[in-house]
Every structure is written in structure tokens, then in C-alpha cells.
Design a protein around this ligand. Structure first.
Ligand SMILES: Nc1nc2c(c(=O)[nH]1)N[C@H]1C(S)=C(S)[C@@H](COP(=O)(O)OP(=O)(O)OC[C@H]3O[C@@H](n4cnc5c(=O)[nH]c(N)nc54)[C@H](O)[C@@H]3O)O[C@H]1N2
Ligand SMILES: Nc1nc2c(c(=O)[nH]1)N[C@H]1C(S)=C(S)[C@@H](COP(=O)(O)OP(=O)(O)OC[C@H]3O[C@@H](n4cnc5c(=O)[nH]c(N)nc54)[C@H](O)[C@@H]3O)O[C@H]1N2
Ligand code: SF4
Ligand SMILES: [Mo]
Length: 760
């Protein structure tokens, strides 16, 4: 997998500027990396002003690609555990050993004895995006988990239950809306999620500049709340009740007008009935919002020429994630803002979503087709809730997870790990294989680690995010240099492993992966692929294995593709490679008929899978918030999940891992600003410095996630200098959103106490 080297711009020193894509978050900002090919050093990184989507925007993390490239601890070859210690090994040795152990364990204990856990890298690394499915197919286990059930499943469930497909996913038309309601999202720190729109600060300001309004609903007065026109402080988990009161107001005041969608709606009257018992006067006091404000919110959404409700992790990773995301969609529908310019729209994308693109088929939603062994939770798109992984590892019996494969994930820090329970379960596994480039809090338990080649030696392009991007945009960034001898690309690593598991050659495994993708497109009704045989398609794509020809397939069979010669001017990978700043085919267009996969092209406005959770909401409303403290999370622009804390350019400035607490809550407990405190939950305990701030609601405390670099990990000196604490040691494996199984990491009951002063 190589690409032609760009022309030298300074032949003497061989310093060249390379177009790249920032690998750290969903915004996929286009960057320009200045690289000295003589010394092998990254000299500088800046945003690419000519990129049509990001227009030069980057956040402070972009420069950390330099740290990633020069990271002293990055793995340059496979590791294998010998006599209890991870040591370098050859690829053959590591792959042979991994395949042999996985096969042995499955032969002795059944397919499900091997579990898989995928992390964020699946969405960012093309080799993983395309080859994780084939690996899963080779292992044929039902013990499948990912971070998707930590932050995404309520969104996906709402999309699936109402529209029939996971990728039938409404995205805010941020650039054209007049009234933008952000529910549980803080894009001024996170840069935005489930809306790939680099430069959210500029885009929010543009709404205000054109006379529009930005509304933030969040328990914490966040950075985004402070930049908004209206901030509503809500009790954690209060959103579903708030939105039901908004729905009721819309019906009561005759403000319901779904426009062209009206003819497709099932359940409008039922929704009116359901909302009746949630008047603003009942809901307001329970969630801390004045009833008059709820009425105003409903009226303003209805009155705005183009409005959009958007929810992100605070709407999903919470008590009532599924109810909340159902209602966000429902209000967009009721006010005529779904599939409308300036509302919530369905990106067509340069190609359609192919990862997590499960949909209604053969009379069935991809939900509840089988259940987890210990707690009987329904699967969703073939996955069980991440919070259940520990019990499936701990509980003996047939189907117990005895071997684990992690891919680009650090669940020891990112997943529920109450009191270190998940880490202990990993310690006891018979075998663990990790695809990762670092030894970290998770991979330190592995018996084999298989690292990707250096970041700058693989091509970059979006696979996952096309169905979440606010414009039809794509960019291909070639490698900056060729992978060094001895390194393998992710597709090669996985195909070699699959080959060893199934008895195929790596080339056969690669061809099967392509075949899977073709069949998937066929199953999704792709009209370009439909009339062609696999052999004909391969003839068009060529015989070079790996992810590039898979990208070529997607581009050519996509909306703007050359359709294998039928549209001679259409997009191909070759043409994309000739456009170093990417290509933008324009803004989202209404296209509802193409995304509805329920019978008859209907929209289920009251999906029973989700509305069945209403009794739990009623109970919570009646019981009230309770007197104790509740822990939630937050994001900070200089951090991203678990793996950037060892990068020197980010590991400076004020300490990030501190507990935020309202001054009155602190005063009640005799706690002063800057002191160290003990935070205790049902499952675990951590000790952190406290920072007092009235941006917190009374009763809520906040701790960022991804920290806790205190475990026995070699190297990582910068991370260890400021380790922070693992907030997921406080997580409760039993606090799940009932319909989706998503864990609630934003309303964990805790108590905070002053640490006794250390004796002199
Ligand atoms: N309490 C709490 N917990 C949370 C959250 C929260 O808000 N609060 N947020 C949750 C969310 S939204 C998410 S998505 C998860 C994230 O959870 P994870 O995905 O588990 O966390 P990351 O730190 O993103 O993990 C990325 C991993 O990929 C590895 N990696 C990076 N680049 C490469 C590469 O090129 N090749 C390979 N093979 N590996 C690579 C990194 O070393 C790291 O181990 O965390 C969740 N956890
Ligand atoms: N800097 C940085 N950027 C990141 C990441 C990171 O770790 N650091 N992670 C990336 C990932 S994996 C993701 S998924 C995205 C997430 O992107 P965002 O969803 O924007 O994430 P947060 O900034 O955590 O914002 C969530 C907000 O929800 C609020 N909240 C908590 N509980 C509730 C509730 O019950 N109701 C309401 N209304 N709000 C609530 C929190 O106070 C917080 O302000 O960010 C991505 N970008
Ligand atoms: S917002 Fe920051 S971290 Fe995210 S892709 Fe852009 S530069 Fe990278
Ligand atoms: Mo996430």
C-alpha cells in the first residue's frame, strides 16, 4: 500500500509538506504536516486552509501527531508474553501463537469463549474499519462488545426503531439552522460528535451572526453554555421528561406541523396521549427548569423558520438515553424539522455507511435476536452492553469469556471498571490479544500485542464518518513515508491472523473481506453493485489487496462515483488522489425515502422498544432527584479519551483531572478549594483534588474520564507525572439505560469527603 511521493519542495533538506487527516477525533480535520525526510522528523503541523470542510480549523490536539510520531513508547513490532513479561517477537511467532491459543480455547470451550472489544480506533483507522467485520466472521463469537454501548447505543436504537436503520441517522444541519438546541453536548471542548463539522465554534457563531439562536441544555454551565444565547440548567437525566413536556405543549398549543412527513407517521395520536401526563408544571420542579421556560422552548422551536434539536453523549450516556433520543427525533419531526434544510438531516455521504449499518430486514430489527448469558440482555447489532463484559468474564459456565481480543481500545480506563473489577477479570483470562500501538492499562494484560505501522506510514481517509458529515465530503491523504521494513499494515495483520484461524491464505482472507463488503452493499440495495458479479467488480478494482481497493469500491459505487465506467466523470480513488485538499459535493439534501427501512417506508413515532421504558421515567419523576451527590463526566480540549496524556505538547498547563464541585456542596462538607478529596461510589473509590465552581449545579460533581495512569505500565513518563484517577472505577455496572443497555456514566451516586490532613 504505497502512494507516489509528493514532489520535494526543498530538495536540499528534503523537507516536504504533506496533506493529512488528524486522527484524534470525529472531526477528521485536514492538516498539513511538514516533514523532514532526511532526519525523519515532524517539523510542524497546521490546519489545511484549502480544505473545503475544515477550512484550516484545527484544535490544540492537532500538533500532538508530532508526539505520536516521535513517541518513545510506541510499539514498532509485535510483543509476546514470555515468563510473565512482554517481549519483542517476530510477526510469525506472534500471529502463530495468537491464532493457536484462540483456536485451542474455542475448540475446548466453544466459540463464545473468545470475546471481542472494539474501541474508537475502529472508526479512525481504515484497516480496522474494513477488516474488523471479517475478523469477527472468522471468530464467530457472540461475545462482542465495544465503546458503542458506552456512548452511542441510545442514538442508534432511536434511529433503528423509528426509521429502521442504524445509519438512518439525523445530523444537525448546523450551517443552515436558525435555532440550534444542544442537549448534553459540549462541542467547545469536545469539538463535536455525531456531526462531523470541523470548527464548531465558528459554525455556532455563524448561527448567531445570522440572527439565529443557540440553546444549551446541560446540568453544567459548560463552555458551550456560556457561548449560547440561552442556557437551561437541567437535573441529570431530566431530558426525557423535559422533552415530553415540550411535546405536550406543542400538541396543546396547536404547534404540531410535520409537513411532508405527516403521511409517513405512525403513532401521532398515541404520542399526544403519552405526553399528556407530562405537563410543564409537573415536570419543571423535578428537573429544575421553570415551567414557563419549557413552554417558551416549545414555542420557540415551533416558531423558528429552521430549528434543530441535537443530542450527544449527555443525552445518551445517562439514565434515560433511549427515551431522550427518541424524543429528540420526535420533536424534530413534529415541528417539521426532520429532513428539512436547517433541521436534522440524513447525510447521503460520498458513500453510504457500511460500518454499524444494520437495519430492519426479514421482518426483524437487529435487536434481541439473542441474549447475554448471565443477565439476559438483548443484543443490539450483534453486540452486548460493554458494562456486562466483566460479568461474562467472571461467571463460570459454558460461554464464559476465557480469551479476549481488544482492538484500538483501552477499556480498563474507558469502560465501567467499578473498583477495578474489569481489570481484575482481564488479569484472570486464559489468553488476551490486543491490537494496539502502546502498552497501556489494558494491553499490559495481553499475551500478544500486534501494533499498527507508524501513523504517518498509512494512508488516511474516512470510512465510518461519511454518514455523520454535514456536507458530502471526502479526502484521501497518502502516507508521508513508506512503512519501515518489518512493519505490517492493519489489513495485512488481520488477514494473516484470519488465515491462520480459518486455514486460508492471507490473500484469500483479503479477497473474502472484499466479498463481504460487496455483499453488504448488495444487501443495502446499492444499485451500482446489484447487476455486477463479484468477479466483474474485482476486474474493475484490480488485484492489489488491502483497504485501498475497498475504498475505491465505495467511492465508485457511491452517489458521486463513476459507477464503474457508466459515469465517466464520476469519482474513483485515482481521481480522489489527484485532489489533495479533498472534495466537497455540497450540503445535505432532503432524502427521507432513501433512509426509511421499516415496512411501507413508515416512521414509527412511538417505538414500543423505547416507549416501554416510560414507567421507569414516571418512577424517577415521582421519587425526585434524591439528596446525595451525583457524579458526571466532562471533556477537555487538551485531552481525548485515554491515550493522549503521554504526549508532551498536551501534557502541560493546569491539572485537568480534578473534581468540580459547587461551593455550597463543598461548604456542607467542610471542603476547601484545591484540597484533595475522596470520592466514593457503590463500587469504588478515588482520591482527587477538588476545584470549586458555580458552573456546577448543586448536588452534581464532575470528573473527566480517560485518566488513571497509575497502573503498572512501562514508560509513559509524561502520563505518569500527571496520572489523574480512573473515573470508571466509580462506574456502576448495573446502571444501564433499559432499552439500549448503554451504561449511565453521568449520574453515578457518590459521596465526597475531605481527606484528613496529612500529618506533618
Ligand atoms: N466515565 C466516562 N467514561 C467514558 C466516557 C465518558 O464520557 N465518561 N466516554 C466514553 C466514550 S464516548 C468513548 S468513545 C470511550 C473511548 O474508549 P476507548 O476507545 O477504549 O478509548 P481510547 O482512548 O479512544 O482508545 C484508543 C486506543 O487505540 C489505541 N490506538 C491509537 N492509535 C492506534 C493505531 O494506530 N493502531 C492501533 N492498533 N491502536 C491505536 C490507543 O493506544 C488506545 O489504546 O470512552 C468512554 N468512556
Ligand atoms: N477534547 C476531547 N474531545 C473529544 C473527546 C475527549 O475525550 N476529549 N472524546 C470524543 C468522543 S469519543 C466523543 S463520543 C465526543 C463526545 O462529545 P460531547 O457529547 O460533546 O461530549 P462532552 O463534552 O462530554 O459533553 C457532554 C455533556 O453532557 C452533559 N451531561 C451529562 N449528563 C447530562 C444529562 O443528563 N442531560 C444533559 N442534557 N446533559 C448532560 C455534560 O455535562 C457535558 O457537558 O467527544 C469527542 N471529542
Ligand atoms: S478537532 Fe482537534 S482533535 Fe479533532 S480532528 Fe480536529 S484537530 Fe484533530
Ligand atoms: Mo465516544
Amino acid at each position: 500500500m504505497t502512494a507516489a511521493a509528493p514532489a520535494p519542495q526543498d530538495a536540499a533538506a528534503d523537507i516536504r509538506v504533506h496533506g493529512r487527516i488528524c486522527p484524534f477525533c470525529e472531526q477528521n480535520c485536514a492538516t498539513e504536516v511538514t516533514f523532514d525526510h532526511t532526519s525523519g522528523k515532524v517539523l510542524s503541523i497546521r490546519g489545511d486552509r484549502e480544505d473545503p470542510l475544515s477550512q484550516g480549523f484545527v484544535c490544540p490536539k492537532a500538533v500532538a501527531v508530532k508526539d505520536l510520531h516521535h513517541a518513545p513508547d510506541v510499539l514498532t513490532g509485535p510483543m509476546i508474553r514470555r515468563n510473565g513479561k512482554l517481549e519483542p517477537a517476530s510477526w510469525d511467532e506472534a500471529l502463530d501463537h495468537a491464532a493457536a491459543r484462540l483456536k485451542e480455547i474455542q475448540a475446548a470451550h466453544g466459540r463464545d469463549a473468545v470475546g471481542l472489544f472494539f474501541g474508537t480506533s475502529i472508526a479512525h483507522i481504515p484497516g480496522f474499519a474494513f477488516f474488523t467485520g471479517p475478523l469477527l466472521a472468522a471468530l464467530q463469537t457472540r461475545q462482542v462488545y465495544s465503546t458503542s454501548s458506552i456512548d452511542c447505543h441510545p442514538h442508534f436504537l432511536a434511529a433503528m426503531a423509528m426509521f429502521g436503520g442504524f445509519t438512518s441517522f439525523p445530523v444537525p444541519d448546523i450551517d443552515r439552522t436558525d435555532y440550534f438546541v444542544l442537549i448534553g453536548a459540549n462541542p467547545l471542548q469536545s469539538n463535536g460528535s455525531f456531526m462531523t463539522a470541523p470548527g464548531v465554534p465558528r459554525r455556532l457563531k455563524a448561527i448567531q451572526a445570522r440572527g439565529g439562536k443557540v440553546v444549551v441544555i446541560d446540568p453544567r454551565r459548560t463552555e458551550t453554555a456560556r457561548a449560547a444565547d440561552w442556557y437551561l440548567s437541567i437535573a441529570p437525566g431530566g431530558d426525557a421528561a423535559l422533552l415530553l413536556a415540550v411535546v405536550r405543549t406543542l400538541f396543546e398549543e396547536g404547534l404540531v406541523d410535520p409537513g411532508p412527513l405527516a403521511a409517513r407517521l405512525d403513532g401521532l395520536e398515541t404520542l399526544r396521549e403519552m405526553a399528556r401526563e407530562f405537563p410543564p408544571e409537573r415536570v419543571g420542579p423535578a428537573i429544575g427548569i421553570a415551567p414557563a421556560d419549557i413552554v417558551t422552548l416549545a414555542r420557540e422551536i415551533a416558531a423558528a423558520p429552521r430549528a434543530c434539536l441535537y443530542g450527544r453523549i449527555g443525552s445518551a450516556m445517562q439514565r434515560f438515553g433511549s427515551l431522550t433520543n427518541w424524543l429528540i427525533n420526535a420533536i424534530n419531526i413534529l415541528t417539521g424539522n426532520l429532513d428539512r434544510v436547517g433541521g436534522a438531516m440524513f447525510p447521503q455521504g460520498v458513500f453510504e455507511g457500511v460500518i454499524m449499518s444494520d437495519r430492519y430486514r426479514d421482518g426483524q430489527l437487529p435487536y434481541g435476536r439473542w441474549h447475554s448469558r448471565v443477565s439476559q440482555w438483548p443484543e443490539m447489532a450483534g453486540q452486548f452492553p460493554a458494562a456486562l463484559m466483566a460479568e461474562e468474564m467472571e461467571t463460570p459456565g459454558e460461554g464464559q469469556i476465557r480469551a479476549l481480543v481488544t482492538m484500538g481500545a483501552n477499556p480498563a480506563l474507558s469502560s465501567p471498571n467499578g473498583g477495578g473489577r474489569l481489570s481484575r477479570a482481564m488479569e484472570k483470562l486464559d489468553f488476551m490479544l490486543s491490537f494496539d500501538i502502546f502498552v497501556n492499562e489494558t494491553t499490559r494484560h495481553a499475551d500478544v500485542i500486534l501494533p499498527s505501522p507508524p501513523h504517518l506510514s498509512h494512508a488516511d481517509f474516512m470510512v465510518f464518518f461519511t454518514f455523520l458529515t454535514v456536507r458530502d465530503y471526502i479526502k484521501y491523504a497518502p502516507p508521508v513515508f513508506e512503512a519501515p521494513p518489518g512493519a505490517l499494515h492493519d489489513s495485512e495483520i488481520i488477514c494473516r491472523l484470519i488465515g491462520r484461524l480459518t486455514g486460508q491464505s492471507a490473500a484469500e482472507a483479503d479477497e473474502d473481506a472484499l466479498r463481504m463488503l460487496v455483499e453488504q452493499l448488495r444487501g443495502q440495495g446499492n444499485p451500482v453493485v446489484a447487476p455486477l458479479t463479484f468477479e466483474q467488480i474485482v476486474q474493475h478494482l484490480g488485484s492489489e489487496p488491502g483497504e485501498e481497493r475497498m475504498l475505491d469500491l465505495l467511492l465508485r459505487s457511491g452517489a458521486y462515483g463513476d459507477h464503474f465506467g457508466e459515469r465517466p466523470d464520476g469519482l474513483t480513488l485515482e481521481r480522489l488522489k489527484a485532489m489533495p485538499h479533498g472534495v466537497d459535493f455540497g450540503a445535505m439534501q432532503p432524502r427521507i425515502a432513501e433512509v426509511l427501512h421499516l415496512p411501507g417506508g413508515r416512521i414509527d413515532l412511538v417505538p414500543q422498544l423505547i416507549t416501554s421504558d416510560l414507567p421507569r421515567l414516571r418512577e424517577w419523576l415521582d421519587a425526585g432527584e434524591g439528596a446525595g451527590l451525583v457524579l458526571m463526566g466532562r471533556r477537555q480540549v487538551r485531552s481525548c479519551n485515554t491515550w493522549l496524556h503521554n504526549f508532551p505538547s498536551l501534557a502541560k498547563g493546569p491539572e485537568l483531572c480534578v473534581l468540580l464541585m459547587h461551593p455550597d456542596d463543598a461548604a456542607d462538607r467542610g471542603i476547601a478549594d484545591g484540597e484533595r478529596v475522596r470520592v466514593r461510589s457503590r463500587t469504588g473509590m478515588v482520591e482527587v483534588p477538588v476545584h470549586l465552581s458555580d458552573e456546577m449545579r448543586r448536588g452534581n460533581v464532575s470528573l473527566p474520564h480517560g485518566w488513571g495512569h497509575t497502573e503498572d505500565v512501562p514508560g509513559q513518563v509524561h502520563a505518569k507525572a500527571r496520572p489523574g484517577v480512573n473515573s470508571n472505577h466509580l462506574a456502576d455496572h448495573d446502571l444501564l439505560d433499559a432499552p439500549s443497555g448503554n451504561v449511565n456514566l453521568n449520574a453515578i451516586p457518590v459521596e465526597v469527603e475531605r481527606l484528613a490532613p496529612v500529618p506533618a
